[in-house]
Design a protein around this ligand. Structure first.
Ligand SMILES: [Zn+2]
Length: 223
């Protein structure tokens, strides 16, 4: 989403990657929770990988047990809006009070913890909306690697293609965009195989898996 040139005007609020001098990688999962989430969580548990989930408010309402599991497993939580709509045409007020706050409230009420990370559907956002997030104290999270795992996830060779894309582009401070949601009724259970394929080669390259909240702490120099 860093194709929005104005994002560079919001260095306090927008994060699209972490520090380049630390071998950290964030795996982020959008659009869930969904049918793929339980197996994905089990895979992350077995591999001892911490991740970040950008959940839809509507999906959180349908799968509160999965929100509880995400929290219990120690992953970071963010909001991806209420439903999966391009929000750019909304005024900053309608964006903030009609979408961001309600979606965060849904997730917070289920999770029992505060949420301050927001990633808009499709990564689409207007400059006034980013300003609203900044004024309200939320963090806008983008990504630095998009292996297009959402495309045709049950196709032959899909897992190898997505893993290969990430390994080709990985860099210190990478934020990887992945999906575990049920949008378009697509079976996304291959996301667990993608994670299994990624973790060992990335660890061999010396990378550590951290949550976006950890990355933010490392990004901001101590006073
Ligand atoms: Zn999405």
């Amino acid at each position: 989403m860093n194709y929005h040139g104005f994002l560079s005007s919001f260095p306090r609020t927008y994060v699209g990657r972490g520090p380049a001098d630390r071998p950290d990688v964030c795996l982020t999962f959008d659009d869930g929770p969904g049918d793929a989430t339980p197996v994905l969580l089990e895979t992350l548990r077995q591999l001892e990988v911490k991740a970040t989930f950008f959940c839809l408010g509507d999906a959180a309402r349908r799968h509160p047990d999965q929100i509880h599991a995400i929290v219990a497993d120690g992953h970071d939580l963010g909001s991806h809006g209420l439903s999966h709509l391009d929000l750019r045409q909304l005024s900053s007020d309608a964006f903030g009070h009609g979408q961001v706050i309600p979606s965060i409230r849904v997730i917070e009420d289920i999770a029992g913890q505060s949420v301050r990370l927001f990633r808009p559907p499709y990564g689409e956002i207007s400059a006034p909306q980013v300003q609203w997030l900044e004024d309200a104290g939320y963090t806008l999270v983008g990504w630095s690697i998009d292996p297009q795992d959402w495309a045709d996830p049950m196709a032959t060779g899909h897992v190898e293609r997505v893993v290969g894309e990430v390994l080709r582009h990985v860099h210190p401070g990478a934020i990887v965009l992945l999906h575990d949601g049920d949008d378009d009724d697509v079976d996304r259970r291959s996301i667990s195989d993608v994670v299994e394929g990624l973790v060992s080669p990335l660890r061999k390259k010396g990378f550590h898996f951290i949550g976006v909240e950890d990355m933010l702490e490392r990004r901001i120099p101590a006073p």
